[in-house]
Design a protein around this ligand. Structure first.
Ligand code: FES
Length: 116
């Protein structure tokens, strides 16, 4: 296990992302607030490049005829069929059993590292 430095923190603005390759794996790095998160750039459904999908939010549980939007900027929507995943964890929104891999991110002196 080691840290692979792949980007400068200053390269990724709040709400933005960057796709990098680490030891043959395509990984998307996202900045949410002042934190960085990394997920595998592969959708578990049919293998689309998940991290090329739209960063979005979703409708929250609410009463009938009420639509409450939330979690803006915390989810990524697969560009092929629209499955949505939490950027912070890699979990899908619709099942505890469906997820894409997430990676630990370490920031040292302005450099973003992926821990593999
Ligand atoms: S390939 Fe991602 S939802 Fe189908």
């Amino acid at each position: 296990m080691g840290v692979h430095y792949v980007a400068q923190a200053s390269e990724i603005a709040e709400g933005q992302s960057k796709i990098v390759d680490v030891e043959g794996r395509s990984i998307g790095i996202y900045r949410i607030g002042d934190e960085y998160f990394a997920i595998h750039n592969r959708c578990p459904h049919e293998g689309a490049q998940l991290c090329k999908g739209l960063v979005c939010g979703t409708t929250l549980p609410s009463n009938v005829y009420e639509y409450e939007f939330g979690r803006k900027g915390e989810l990524v929507r697969c560009p092929w069929h629209g499955w949505e995943f939490e950027i912070k964890t890699g979990k899908s929104l619709f099942s505890d059993k469906v997820r894409t891999r997430s990676y630990k991110v370490q920031v040292d002196e302005g450099r973003i590292g992926i821990v593999l």
